[in-house]
Design a protein around this ligand. Structure first.
Ligand SMILES: [Zn+2]
Ligand SMILES: [Zn+2]
Length: 395
C-alpha cells in the first residue's frame, strides 16, 4: 500500500469545487452542452496534446502522450467517464443542489467527471508514463447508449486504445474501499413498452367492450411466471413492470392501456428468452381475451458489462497497491443495474470497478449525493492505473 501522492491529496478542495459546480448544473443525455464545455475547457487548460468535442453528439476526448510522445494502439489506453444526469428533482437540500428542477446528478456522474478531470490534470503535469491516454467523457449513459453513439462516431478508430477502463461510485461500499471482479458485473438491461388495444365503452356494459385494463392486469401477472417458471433458477434475471397507464374516468372502460418496464439478465441467452416469452404471452393472452397486446423494446438494449480476466486482475493489483488488498472487495459487487460501458468492453478488453460512496442514499434516489471525500482516491486510481499500464522504460 502506497499513500496517495501529495499533489493529488492537495487537489481535494479543487476537485470538490469542480464537482459541486457540475452538480448544480445537471444536463440530461445528449444535452450535456455546458458540461462538455467545462470538460473541454479544463482539458485544454491542463495542456493536453489534443481535445476533441462533438463525438457522439456531446462526447469529449482528451489525448495525452507520455514521455515517449505519441504511441500506437499497443501502448494506448482509454479511461471513460459518463456525463449525463437523470430526469428527476433533487431533494438533498444541499447548498450545491441542482439549479434545474427536473434534472439531477443522482447517479454521481458529476463525481465521475471530476475524478477523470483530476487524473488528466495530474498526469499532464507529471507525465510519468510512456504511451498515450485517451480521457473519454461520454454522453447519455442513462438509457441513451451514449457509449455506442461515440463508438459509431469512430471512437476507437480515431483514438485506438488497447484496453478500456471505467469506474462507478457505489453507495453502501465505504469510502476508501473499491470492488472489482472478473466476468459479468452489470446486467443486460432495457426498457420495454406494452401497448394494449381493446374496445372502450360504458363501465356498466363490459359485455359491449374489450377491457384493456383487465387484460393488462393479467399480462402483469403472467410475465411473473417467466422468471419463476421458465428461467433456469441458476441464472439471475429480473422483469419489473413499472408503469401502467389507462383510463381517464371511473365510469368509462378505456380503449387502450400502456405499460412499461425493464428486463435484466447477465446472460444474453436468458435475456433473449425472456423477450421471446413476453412476446408470446402478449400475443396469446391477447388472442384469448380479444385484445391486441404488443411488446416492444424502447431504444437500445445494453449488453451485460463483462470484465476481462486479465484487465480485472491488473486493476485489482493497482487498487490493492492504493488502498490495501483487504479494502478491495472481489465478490458481491455484481448488480442487476445496466451500464453502457458494456459497448466499449465488447470492443476492447476492459475492467469496470466500483469506488465506495459510503452511506449516501442509493443511486437514482432524490437524496443521493456523490461523496467528495472519494474523489482524490478515484484520481489516484486513474493515475496509478496509467503509470502501471504504460510504464516508463527502466522504471
Ligand atoms: Zn444511473
Ligand atoms: Zn451511473
Amino acid at each position: 500500500m502506497q499513500p496517495i501522492a501529495n499533489s493529488i491529496a492537495a487537489m481535494r478542495d479543487e476537485l470538490t469545487a469542480w464537482r459541486r459546480d457540475l452538480h448544480r448544473h445537471p444536463e440530461l443525455g445528449y444535452e450535456e452542452e455546458r458540461t462538455a464545455g467545462v470538460v473541454a475547457e479544463k482539458l485544454r487548460a491542463f495542456g493536453l496534446d489534443a481535445v476533441e468535442t462533438g463525438i457522439g453528439v456531446t462526447g469529449v476526448v482528451g489525448v495525452l502522450h507520455g514521455r515517449g510522445g505519441a504511441r500506437g494502439e499497443d501502448r494506448s489506453i482509454l479511461l471513460r467517464s459518463d456525463m449525463d444526469a437523470l430526469a428527476m428533482t433533487e431533494e438533498t437540500g444541499a447548498e450545491h443542489a441542482s439549479r434545474h428542477p427536473g434534472a439531477m446528478h443522482a447517479c454521481g456522474h458529476d463525481g465521475h467527471i471530476t475524478m477523470l478531470l483530476g487524473a488528466a490534470k495530474h498526469l499532464a503535469e507529471t507525465r510519468n508514463f510512456d504511451g498515450t491516454v485517451y480521457f473519454c467523457f461520454q454522453p447519455a449513459e442513462e438509457r441513451g447508449a451514449g457509449a455506442k453513439a461515440m463508438l459509431r462516431d469512430g471512437l476507437l478508430e480515431r483514438f485506438p486504445a488497447r484496453a478500456v477502463y471505467g469506474m462507478h461510485n457505489w453507495p453502501g461500499l465505504p469510502v476508501g474501499e473499491f470492488a472489482v471482479e472478473p466476468g459479468p458485473v452489470m446486467a443486460a438491461a432495457d426498457e420495454f413498452r406494452v401497448e394494449i388495444r381493446g374496445r372502450g365503452g360504458h363501465a356498466a356494459e363490459p359485455h359491449m367492450a374489450r377491457d384493456p385494463v383487465f387484460a393488462g392486469a393479467q399480462f402483469v401477472s403472467a410475465v411473473q411466471g417467466v422468471v419463476s417458471r421458465v428461467r433456469d433458477p441458476m441464472t439471475p434475471a429480473v422483469i419489473s413492470i413499472t408503469t401502467f397507464n389507462a383510463g381517464t374516468a371511473s365510469n368509462v372502460i378505456p380503449e387502450t392501456a400502456s405499460l412499461s418496464g425493464t428486463v435484466r439478465a447477465f446472460d444474453m441467452e436468458v435475456y433473449r428468452m425472456i423477450h421471446e416469452e413476453m412476446a408470446r404471452i402478449g400475443a396469446q393472452l391477447g388472442a384469448a381475451l380479444g385484445v391486441d397486446i404488443s411488446v416492444s423494446i424502447v431504444g437500445e438494449s445494453y449488453p451485460p458489462t463483462v470484465n476481462d480476466p486479465e484487465e480485472t486482475a491488473f486493476a485489482d493489483r493497482v487498487l490493492s497497491d492504493l488502498v490495501g488488498a483487504d479494502r478491495v472487495r472481489r465478490s458481491g459487487g455484481v448488480t442487476m443495474g445496466g451500464e453502457d460501458f458494456s459497448f466499449m468492453a465488447q470492443e476492447r478488453p476492459g475492467a469496470f470497478v466500483f469506488i465506495g460512496n459510503g452511506s449516501s442514499a442509493p443511486l437514482h434516489h432524490p437524496r443521493y449525493d456523490f461523496d467528495d471525500e472519494a474523489a482524490p482516491l478515484g484520481v489516484a486510481y486513474w493515475a496509478r492505473l496509467v503509470e502501471a499500464a504504460l510504464p516508463v522504460k527502466g522504471e
